[in-house]
Ligand binder design. Structure first.
Ligand SMILES: Nc1ncnc2c1ncn2[C@@H]1O[C@H](COP(=O)(O)OP(=O)(O)O)[C@@H](O)[C@H]1O
Ligand SMILES: [Mg+2]
Length: 243
């Protein structure tokens, strides 16, 4: 198996909104794929479809060689949602433990390690509702990683996280890749894109372009990723108007 994720011609429509319009992508095992695009591009819809929480109207999603949706495979997937899904009245540790338990991996050492990783050891016994936004974000990341998943889906994980810790997150993501773990990270911040092995530029449910940051800049004839995004978007506008 070389690809951890295969998305084939996926369409998803919500009441008159075409959130995903024939999306195809594959993510090689042990790599980090960055989904980039503005609000409303379809990033969260795509991630939820990959996690099997949404069924596509047409097309197919395979995760770790298994056609989604599939419940058992979810034990091997970590998902950090964009809107935080934490229990505000429980402590950091209790939240992380809860996620470990539902994945069947209630291991005290793993829980301590992941809390240390997100730099919350000193706040392990604080109730989540007493934490700052960035701390909640970090707690949420700990919950997504505690069961040592093979595939990690992170929906805008570094929003509200300070720059120094953001660097640490990315260093950890790299180590996960080296251990064979696959990551899909969505962002609307282009500077994080540099860290990804491959990028997908998404807009209006369509893949505008795919490749490494260097490849995309080169193809667009610019040294700036944001400009590259805009150029690919312009080309697509032209095509849509003439078709
Ligand atoms: N559950 C839903 N019901 C109706 N529309 C939705 C739903 N989820 C997403 N959408 C719409 O689908 C489009 C893509 O949204 P989303 O995947 O959240 O984009 P992104 O994460 O890139 O900001 C948006 O137009 C959004 O309003
Ligand atoms: Mg989103």
């Amino acid at each position: 198996m070389t690809n951890a994720v295969e998305v084939q011609a996926v369409h998803k429509r919500f009441k008159g909104i075409n959130a995903l319009r024939g999306l195809t992508l594959s993510v090689e095992r042990g790599t980090t794929y960055g989904l980039l695009g503005p609000n409303g591009a379809g990033k969260t819809t795509l991630i939820r479809t990959i996690a099997g929480l949404l069924s596509p109207d047409s097309g197919e999603v395979k995760v770790l060689d298994t056609r989604m949706p599939n419940k058992p495979i979810l034990g091997r997937v970590g998902y950090m949602t964009q809107s935080l899904a934490l229990y505000e009245e429980l402590s950091v540790r209790q939240n992380v433990q809860f996620f470990a338990e539902i994945a069947g991996k209630d291991d005290a050492k793993a829980i301590d390690e992941v809390i240390a990783l997100v730099d919350l050891s000193k706040r392990a016994n604080s109730r989540v509702r007493e934490l700052s936004g960035g701390m909640k974000q970090r707690c949420s990341l700990a919950c997504a990683l505690v069961h040592r998943p093979d595939l990690v889906l992170l929906d805008e994980p570094t929003v509200g996280v300070d720059p120094q810790l953001r660097v640490q997150f990315w260093e950890h993501f790299r180590r996960l890749n080296q251990a064979g773990v696959t990551l899909i990270v969505s962002s609307h911040v282009m500077d994080e894109a540099e860290r990804c092995d491959k990028l997908g530029f998404l807009r209006d449910g369509v893949m505008l372009a795919e490749g490494s940051a260097d490849e995309l800049r080169q193809r667009a004839g610019t040294d700036n990723l944001e400009t590259a995004f805009l150029r690919f978007a312009e080309n697509t506008n032209g095509k849509e108007q003439s078709s």
